[in-house]
Design a protein around this ligand. Structure first.
Ligand code: ZN
Length: 118
């Protein structure tokens, strides 16, 4: 399931780390080296307890491109973040779709059954 990631709630007391970023699309607050907009979360995408996040990111330096970021968070391993060139993100999405189709085909060919979810 794909869910839209809600922006973090704003507390009533405003502290330094709660000050909104001047970059209009950025969800981060306070000082931060990378602007980030949280777009989607896919619960259960990494093992049973992990989730995959899809964000937009841009380093806070002039001329830096906006990239697509994939993040992985699980209880058993270190968090992972991959920053992808937007020109290749569509290729990766197509590769994932092709891999899922191939995995289902291989499962059916070897077991004669529909693939399990997961
Ligand atoms: Zn920012």
């Amino acid at each position: 399931m794909l869910t839209t990631t809600a922006s973090p709630a704003r507390p009533e007391t405003v502290l330094d780390h709660d000050i909104a970023c001047p970059i209009g699309w950025c969800d981060e607050t306070g000082p931060h080296p990378t602007h980030r907009q949280y777009l989607y979360t896919v619960p259960g995408a990494v093992r049973e307890d992990g989730h995959l996040g899809v964000n937009l990111v841009q380093r806070d330096r002039p001329g830096e491109p906006i990239r697509v970021e994939l993040t992985s968070t699980t209880a058993r391993s270190d968090d992972l973040a991959l920053k992808l060139n937007t020109t290749r993100a569509t290729d990766i999405a197509q590769a994932l779709t092709a891999a899922v189709t191939k995995a289902a085909r291989l499962h059916s060919a070897t077991s004669g059954q529909e693939p399990p979810v997961g």
